[in-house]
Design a protein around this ligand. Sequence first.
Ligand code: ARG
Length: 482
Amino acid sequence: MNDRVGSPKAWGGRFAMSPDKRVEALNASVKFDIRLVREDIRGSIAHVRMLGRQEIVSGDEAARIETGLWDVLAEVDRDEFRLTVADEDVHTGVERRLRASIGDVTGKLHTGRSRNDQVANDFRMWTKRALVEIGNGLIGFADALVDSAAAHPDAAMPGYTHLQRAQPVLLGHHLLAYVEMSIRDLDRVRDAHRRTDVLVLGSGALAGTSFPLDRESVATDLGFSRVSANSLDAVADRDFALDTLFACATIAVHFSRLSEELILWSSGEFRFIELSDAFSTGSSIMPQKKNADIAELGRGKSGRVFGDLMALLTTLKGLPLAYNKDMQEDKEGVFDAVDTVLALLDVLPPMVASTRFNIERMAEAAIADFALATDAADLLAKHGVPFREAHGVVGRLVGTCLAEGRTFADLLEEEWAEVHPVFGKQRPPLDALASVSLRDIRGGTAPNRVRDAIAEARPALDEQRRWFETEAAGFDALFVRP
Ligand code: ARG
C-alpha cells in the first residue's frame, strides 16, 4: 500500500509508489526554503484574495483560506511552525499545515498557480527585502567612513601606487574613496532590487493559466512595481538572483580591499592605525600579539561570496526553458551571500569608527621616499619647462640625493638653484599639506576639495537612506494582519 495516501504531497494521485527514502533527502528543500515561509504565506494570501475577487473561488472560501493563512503566519512568528522532510518544500508544508486547521477548502488555494511561479515569486519577495537590508547596512558603513574622514580634516598620509609611496594624500580622501565605492554599491543594490521587483505569479507552471487572474491587483497587494511579460521567462528567470549575488560579490571585493589596508596599516611595518581591542584578537601562544582577525575575515569572506555567484551561474548555464529542478539550487547561495554581507556590515562600521589613526606617523610617511618629487617637476613645468624634461631634472636630483643619503629637505637654497634656475626663485613644497593643497581640482585631495566631497556625500547618503527606509517600511506593512 502506498504510504503517501492522504499525504499532502503536491503532486498527488498518479504515483503508485512513494518516493524512495534516499530520494527524499536529496529532493527536499525544506532545510533552507523555510526561510521563504513568510513570503510564501503572504503570497498565498494575495493570491487567494484575488481568486475571491475574481469569483474563481467564492468570497466565503477565500476569506476562510485567508484567515487560515494569517493563523499559520502567526504560528511562524511565534516560532512554532515546523517543516519536515516529508513536506518536500515550504510550499507543500504550508499547505499541509493549512489543511490541518481549515480542512479541504485548502485545496482551492492552488487554483491557477504552480509551485514554479510560486517559488520564483516568494524568492523575489525575499530578495527584495534582503537587498533593502543590505542597502541600509551599506549606508551605515558609508556614514562611518564619512565621519572618520570629517574627524581628520588635515591628516596627510602616503598615497600609493604599486604599494610604493607615490604622492601624499589626505586620510579623508583615502577614506572617501571607499564611500564612492559604497555609493556605487548602493546603486547596484537598487538596480538589482528594480529587476527583482516583478510579480511572476500568474505564469503558472510555464504557459500562463486559463483562469482569469487579475495579476495587477496581486502585484499591488504584494508591493511589486511590475508584472512579468512572458510566462516561460518568468518561471525560468533567476537573473535577479545573479544580480543580487553580483552586487554582494562587488560589495565583498570592496570590503576585502579596505580590510587588507586596515591589516597592513595595523602592522608594525606601517603603524598607521591602532585597531580597537574590541575588533582584534590575541594569540594563544604569543602573549604580545594583537591580530587583525576581524579585518582578515572582512578580507577572507569574499571568497565564499564569489563562490556563491559562480555556483549559480554554473547551475543556470545550459538549462532549457522553463523551470528545471536544478533551479532549487538557487537559494542557498543567495542566502549565504546575503548572510555574509550582512554579518560584515554589522561589524565593519564600528570597526572603522573605533580605529585610532596615528596621524604623526602617517604624516611623516607621507613625504618620505621623495613623495614630493612630482610637485618639484610640476613646478618646473609651470615655469615653461617641458614636463618630460622636468621629470628628468627631478629624477636626477632624486638619484643624487639617494646616493648621498639626503632628502629634499636637506638641500640648501644654492643647491636648489644649481639643479634648475627656476628652483633658485621658488622651492617646491616640502611638506605634505602644502603638497596636497596644490591638488585643488574636483576629485582631488586638497583639503577644500575633500571638505566639498564630504559635504556632497552626506546628502547623497541621506537620499539613499530615505529610499531604503521607505522600502523597508512598505515591506513590513505587508505582513500586518488587517
Ligand atoms: N522547491 C522547488 C524549488 O525550490 C519548488 C518548485 C518545485 N517545482 C517543481 N516543479 N518541482 O525550485
